[in-house]
Design a binder for this molecule. Structure first.
Ligand SMILES: [Zn+2]
Length: 59
């Protein structure tokens, strides 16, 4: 099982939306209204690209 890093931003409150970023490639996603929405795409990315680590952050 892969170790997820999605909760790294969970203790950061603020902003009007969320993005997620692939820490492996430095790629940043588009804007998402909710943390859950961004996290869903981030998780899917980790599943698709084995070994990639993502983080969700407020913007
Ligand atoms: Zn990636």
């Amino acid at each position: 099982m892969k170790k997820l890093t999605l909760n790294e931003a969970s203790n950061v409150i603020g902003g009007v939306g969320f993005q997620w970023k692939c820490k492996t490639t430095g790629w940043e996603s588009g804007w998402h209204l909710t943390y859950g929405g961004a996290a869903k795409f981030a998780y899917a990315h980790e599943q698709k690209y084995s070994g990639h680590k993502t983080v969700v952050f407020p913007v």
